[in-house]
Design a protein. Structure first.
Length: 50
């Protein structure tokens, strides 16, 4: 999964999940929660995203 800044078109972060299929992604405060096949992955977002 890639996070991209649409204003500058530069990548902000990259998360390797090992999954091919994803469910909805949730942003809660400074955390992102990714539903990847049979697992949940939580990651703190870079300060530039908030």
């Amino acid at each position: 999964m890639y996070g991209i800044d649409f204003k500058t078109t530069k990548p902000l972060f990259k998360i390797r999940t090992g999954a091919r299929f994803y469910g909805p992604t949730l942003k809660s405060g400074s955390m992102i929660i990714i539903q990847a096949e049979n697992k949940l992955i939580g990651m703190r977002l870079p300060a530039s995203v908030n």
